[in-house]
Design a protein around this ligand. Structure first.
Ligand code: M1P
Length: 243
């Protein structure tokens, strides 16, 4: 693909595990190459993270260079640093109480940290170990959860009680909660509306069934004129753009 071919395409990319290591800063070498490679392209980012977390991970020049950022699962949309649309979601008290009970009754016996229930625009992020844990604690909980499947069991229990919401195991240590249809999948339709005739190329690290990029990838394919690029690590995005 040459730079001119970019005119007929729109790129959309997940953030954690795709443009940066999970919850970590974009590496300087990646930043440099990526900055050059996306020149002249429509390039959007979609992530469950809110804008504060995105700013921690994506350097300012890249934030300015991309065409738009769908934060909080697409429930808020930023262009040139300005929020131009947002959805509201106010979870009922009974759900909040249930989440608090999961924290109290967890079988995870290591220390817990603050910020278990993070209310973001249009969604709630729930994290038993606490969002303010260190990287080391994050890895410890992640490994424990992989074995003990705490998040899977919480998500499945809550899905039965609240069928009107989706409980998505997006990242490594938390669960994203959104009203049905208001997860990342909504971005497929929004982007197709914004660019009706262009080919949409989506980069994601979890596009397989059960992964948090699966629904959006599936929807893009249903909408047509799109391509899904499953990556193992951020360099795969650069490889593709260099092609
Ligand atoms: O972008 C993927 C996920 O990143 C974080 O998840 P975790 O802290 O569990 O690794 C969260 O911001 C989550 O909302 C998001 O989906």
């Amino acid at each position: 693909m040459t730079f001119r071919d970019f005119e007929n395409c729109v790129f959309l990319s997940d953030m954690d595990g795709t443009l940066t290591p999970s919850r970590q800063v974009m590496t300087p070498q990646f930043e440099k190459d990526f900055n050059e490679l996306i020149t002249g392209a429509y390039f959007y980012i979609v992530t469950g993270s809110d804008i504060e977390k995105i700013k921690e991970q994506i350097p300012e020049n890249i934030m300015k260079k991309v065409t738009g950022i769908f934060a909080s699962m697409g429930n808020e949309f930023y262009v040139n640093g300005k929020r131009i649309s947002k959805n509201e979601f106010v979870p009922e008290e009974s759900l909040i109480k249930k989440l608090e009970d999961y924290v109290k009754n967890t079988r995870y016996l290591y220390p817990l940290y603050p910020n278990h229930i993070e209310k973001r625009c249009g969604m709630v992020n729930f994290c038993v170990v606490g969002r303010e844990c260190s990287l080391e604690e994050r890895f410890r909980y992640q490994a424990w959860d992989n074995e003990n499947k705490e998040r899977e069991s919480i998500a499945s229990e809550l899905s039965n009680i609240y069928p009107q919401y989706s409980f998505e195991i997006g990242g490594a240590i938390s669960i994203d909660i959104v009203p049905n249809g208001f997860g990342k999948v909504q971005v497929a339709d929004k982007l197709r509306e914004m660019h009706p005739t262009k080919k949409i190329i989506f980069f994601g690290d979890r596009t397989e069934k059960g992964g948090n990029d699966y629904e959006i990838a599936k929807r893009l394919l249903e909408l047509g004129n799109s391509e899904i690029v499953k990556v193992q690590e951020p360099n795969d995005v650069l490889e593709y753009l260099r092609k």
